[in-house]
Write a protein that binds this ligand. Structure first.
Ligand code: HEC
Ligand code: HEC
Ligand code: HEC
Ligand code: HEC
Ligand code: HEC
Length: 377
């Protein structure tokens, strides 16, 4: 079979009416495609994310049929975005609400007070990516033969061009069209990551998409690929826990726990989350629980907690900020032989909010431990 013919077969859509964009990428990028399936970006619609659905079901815009959330939650449902259709269950909503293209075609980010805006390239089959060795280049497909035509080497992708000159793919800013902040109709910031890059070597991409074993494409052996399974909904926290450091110092009254946040953003800024430090002492075969410290941002109106579209003020904010070193003091004297166990983790949905929203799904209401440490005194 000729190369061109097999390529044609490869690119024929497999699905009836809806042509899923990712189905094409899957053929040549199988490892990344399969990781993506478990990422939150593959499940960010109301049909896959029960938490997003629970909030949307209570949202006043639902009655008006105005699903404004689409800009960030389901940008790949192009008919919905352009106003041709209303929000409804379809293959895109269910399997690629934020498709491969949705990210790889982001040309720039326009900054706005309310929400930022992604500007997509209008060029077809042109994807942005990062590669230090090719920085600044646009790579088009080429077949190069050497040894009098006996050996053919290909450069680039037979399906698409690659542009390596977009700095947002090097510094992580390509995430910020959706992730920086969000204000409600009252101009109140419901969510704000308060990003501080400082002189951090790490970016959104290096921390959340670290290079793992396995080639990024089946036509070329690259050894490594950028992890595409981004999620905190699954309980595998092993990739990120190293950026939160826990330590313990004895004090005159007892001891002090230090939490160092190396992330370039506020931890768990999404207002539904509840972040906690839990401390126990193992002494003489018994376990003694000490007070639990909450890190939380409560938003509301007239001094009472309120839903995000009603809130106009912050009632409480003890979240740990970008690069912050937080200390929590305990007045419990320690004895030789004690083991102090520290657990730092989060609820995806604060149990109080879960009750109000009628969320009972165990995978969402459980406490997830992000990092844990034991100290022998
Ligand atoms: C087109 C918009 C968009 C872009 C671009 C985007 N995200 Fe997201 N991301 C979302 C939305 C929407 C959610 C929340 C989905 C949900 O929980 O239903 C999310 C969730 C997340 C989460 C939380 C995971 C979880 O399980 O709750 C992380 C971490 C994340 N994104 C990281 C990134 C990083 C890193 C980048 C850049 C490489 C990025 N995102 C680019 C829209 C986007
Ligand atoms: C500016 C982009 C943007 C818009 C518009 C937007 N969201 Fe989100 N949403 C996000 C991002 C990014 C996250 C992930 C935040 C995080 O995990 O820190 C998120 C997370 C959420 C979550 C938490 C989901 C989970 O599973 O934990 C809920 C609930 C949510 N959004 C509801 C909505 C609703 C309802 C709308 C529309 C009325 C909406 N959002 C509009 C960007 C957006
Ligand atoms: C949330 C945004 C986002 C989504 C969704 C996304 N990517 Fe990526 N992808 C990136 C970023 C950012 C990089 C650059 C990583 C780096 O620094 O090398 C990247 C890198 C890549 C690379 C190249 C190199 C490597 O080291 O892995 C390939 C190939 C790729 N993506 C394909 C895909 C495919 C196929 C899909 C869909 C199944 C997809 N991407 C979905 C953001 C995304
Ligand atoms: C016919 C096979 C084929 C298909 C289909 C395909 N790609 Fe690729 N892609 C490649 C090859 C080969 C490369 C590596 C080119 C090189 O390094 O010279 C590549 C590279 C990339 C890169 C850049 C990797 C880097 O160096 O950082 C991205 C991003 C990417 N592809 C995204 C996609 C997306 C998104 C889709 C689906 C819309 C897709 N590709 C479909 C073959 C394909
Ligand atoms: C130094 C590493 C590091 C960098 C840089 C970083 N993060 Fe994070 N991020 C973390 C850690 C650690 C967590 C908390 C652990 C977890 O989510 O599993 C986190 C959590 C998140 C969450 C989930 C919060 C929630 O409440 O749902 C989102 C969304 C996110 N990061 C997006 C980003 C974006 C966007 C950038 C770039 C501005 C970025 N991160 C840069 C380490 C990092």
């Amino acid at each position: 079979m000729s190369f061109k013919f097999s390529l044609l077969l490869l690119l024929l859509p497999l699905y009836g009416n809806t042509i899923l964009e990712n189905a094409t990428c899957k053929k040549c990028h199988p490892t990344i495609f399969s990781e993506y399936q478990s990422s939150i970006h593959a499940k960010s619609s109301i049909f896959k994310d029960s938490v997003h659905k629970a909030v949307w079901d209570k949202h006043p815009d639902k009655l008006k049929g105005n699903y404004k959330c689409a800009k960030c939650h389901t940008p790949s449902d192009h008919d919905l975005i352009s106003g041709k259709t209303k929000l409804s269950k379809n293959d895109i909503q269910e399997s690629e609400p934020i498709s491969c293209q949705a990210c790889h075609t982001i040309e720039s980010i326009e900054e706005h007070k309310k929400i930022n805006k992604n500007i997509f390239t209008k060029k077809r089959k042109l994807f942005f990516s990062a590669d230090k060795q090719r920085e600044g280049k646009v790579v088009k497909f080429k077949e190069e033969s050497s040894f009098f035509g006996l050996v053919t080497k290909t450069v680039g992708s037979p399906y698409h061009d690659i542009n390596y000159s977009n700095r947002n793919f090097y510094n992580g800013d390509m995430c910020l069209g959706c992730h920086d902040h969000k204000q409600n109709g009252k101009g109140f910031a419901v969510c704000d990551m308060q990003i501080k890059k400082g002189n951090s070597k790490e970016t959104c991409i290096s921390c959340h998409m670290p290079k793992l074993q396995g080639s990024f494409v089946n036509l070329k052996d690259t050894k490594k690929h950028a992890f595409h399974g981004i999620s905190i909904h699954t309980t595998d926290v092993s990739l990120l826990s190293k950026y939160i450091k826990l330590s313990l110092n004895r004090t005159a009254k007892g001891f002090e726990v230090t939490i160092k946040n190396e992330a370039t953003h506020t931890l768990f800024a999404q207002p539904l989350r509840l972040n906690q430090l839990r401390v126990t002492i193992e002494r003489d075969g018994k376990t003694i629980p000490l007070k639990t410290e909450n890190f939380v941002r409560i938003i509301g109106k007239d001094g009472k907690p309120a839903m995000p579209w009603v809130a106009d003020s912050e009632l409480k904010n003890t979240l740990i900020k970008a690069h912050e070193v937080r200390k929590v003091a305990y007045d419990t004297p320690l004895k030789k032989g004690d083991i102090v166990v520290l657990e730092f983790g989060y609820y995806l949905v604060n149990p109080n909010s879960a009750k109000k929203l009628g969320i009972t799904d165990k995978s969402v209401t459980n406490f997830t431990i992000l990092t844990k440490n034991r100290f022998k005194i």
